[in-house]
Write a protein that binds this ligand. Structure first.
Ligand code: NIG
Ligand code: FE
Length: 418
């Protein structure tokens, strides 16, 4: 018998499932099952059981014998957020570009001047692997306190083999040393490095022939990503890279339709991508392409907000029955925040998603978009015990409503109080 933990007197236990689903689609997104006046019993790292206080089965659960007892004191318990799209491993910051943007330069204009991703690439090059880990781990600690329990992290600020490997090794070290569930994505095709400026295809060759085989051989990534967009990589580049990744066992998960109707969504669907992310430039054709597929449309309202981009058509996607997911895109250029509660607020306020829809999108669907929804993303027996206890709040909707308040009081990851 491993360590056990019981949380009692829970005002509301949110997003409980008796028969867990891998994702939630369309109008089902607006439903969240909750249990009022509840208890939750955790054993080892997993959720063992839950129920209502008036039928707390002492003997079955060994409530009295639990190693640790928490009285939630009438507060709400939520499943931890899953953040299926981040670039949390980066060096330094880019607030000078923030000011440039305020003065009127666009994201593409900043990138063209050698700022943007190339700016971060230079900083990665000049930073040791240890220092990069230290800097990134501080952000990891921050998102843990904000309620995140699982995170996908991308490379893509290396843009040469050595520096991409540096980033991927830091991701691996985070996976080994943090209590978060971590998935790793190789994003060598994030931007075209300066020296290949007039020869993009050559850089694509490098990604395919020199990077992917090493990344795969060292088992440093689960997924392959490409920034398929105007001014970055074309549909043709993307197809070549995805095919090479798939050959090496890496599942596609791509950046699409952020800056233009790039064809990225259709390409992702064609290659059975786990998710296509951003989608600010999406219309009926993109929604139609997604409809007949298993690809999860992942919206990143933090970066659309930060860059002043148009909002993706979340309502139309939900009406079309799609399993919309939410993620932060935490990165130094387009979303210097990994606050998933704020992401939910933005989804509600800007994308007109209901609080319940935002919750499902930020937990179970985001877990699905990182391939872990069998074990994460809801409160179900046998799932990993990643939950948090809120501060005293009146309802579930209060979380995205009180957009500037930190409402996470106690975090439990893999059954341990953090
Ligand atoms: O998801 N869109 C491409 N990549 C990141 C931004 C990276 C950066 O500007 O550093 C994004 O928004
Ligand atoms: Fe991104």
């Amino acid at each position: 018998m491993g360590k056990s933990l019981i949380i009692s007197n829970i005002k509301r236990l949110v997003q409980v499932e008796d028969s867990p689903r891998l994702k939630v689609c369309g109008k089902d997104l607006s439903e969240i099952r909750t249990i009022d006046d509840a208890w939750l019993y955790i054993e080892d790292e997993k959720i063992f059981d839950f129920g209502t206080m008036h039928e707390l089965p002492d003997e079955k659960c060994g409530y009295e014998q639990a190693d640790t007892k928490i009285d939630a004191g009438g507060k709400i318990v939520f499943p931890s957020f899953c953040d299926s799209h981040t670039h949390i491993v980066y060096a330094g910051s880019r607030e000078t570009e923030f000011a440039d943007k305020i003065k009127g330069l666009s994201y593409e204009e900043i990138a063209k001047r050698g700022g943007g991703i190339l700016n971060s690439a230079k900083r990665i090059h000049d930073t040791s692997e240890n220092e990069l880990y230290e800097q990134s781990f501080r952000r990891i600690e921050e998102i843990i306190t904000l309620g995140t329990g699982a995170v996908e992290i991308k490379s893509g600020y290396g843009l040469n083999l050595e520096d991409e490997l540096k980033m991927l090794r830091v991701i691996r070290r985070i996976r080994e040393t943090s209590p978060l569930e971590v998935r790793s994505t190789f994003l060598g095709a994030h931007a075209v490095p300066q020296e290949y400026k007039s020869n993009r295809e050559k850089y694509v060759d490098v990604v395919i022939n020199e990077m992917i085989p090493v990344v795969a051989a060292e088992e440093l990534a689960d997924y392959i990503d490409v920034f398929c967009d105007k001014g970055f990589f074309s549909v043709e580049d993307t197809e070549r890279i995805l095919m090479a990744g798939i050959k090496h066992g890496l599942l596609p998960k791509i950046h699409a339709n952020e800056l233009d109707f790039s064809g990225g969504v259709q390409t992702g669907v064609k290659y059975n991508a786990l998710s296509v992310d951003h989608l600010e430039r999406s219309g009926d054709e993109e929604i139609l392409a997604l409809k007949g597929s298993d690809t999860i449309p992942t919206l990143l309202p933090g970066s659309a907000f930060f860059l002043g981009l148009p909002d993706p058509p979340a309502r139309k996607m939900i009406e079309a029955g799609l399993p919309v997911a939410l993620a932060s895109d935490f990165n130094p250029g387009s979303c210097p925040s990994g606050n998933m509660k704020l992401v939910m607020s933005l989804a509600c306020i800007r994308l007109k998603m209901l609080p319940e829809e935002a919750f499902n999108a930020a937990t179970i669907n985001s877990a699905c978009a990182m391939g872990i929804s069998e074990t994460h993303g809801s409160i179900a027996r046998g799932k990993v015990a990643n939950v948090f206890i809120s501060k005293e709040i009146p309802s579930l909707a209060f979380m995205p409503y009180a957009f500037g308040s930190d409402l996470v009081e106690k975090v439990i990851l893999k059954g341990k109080i953090i």
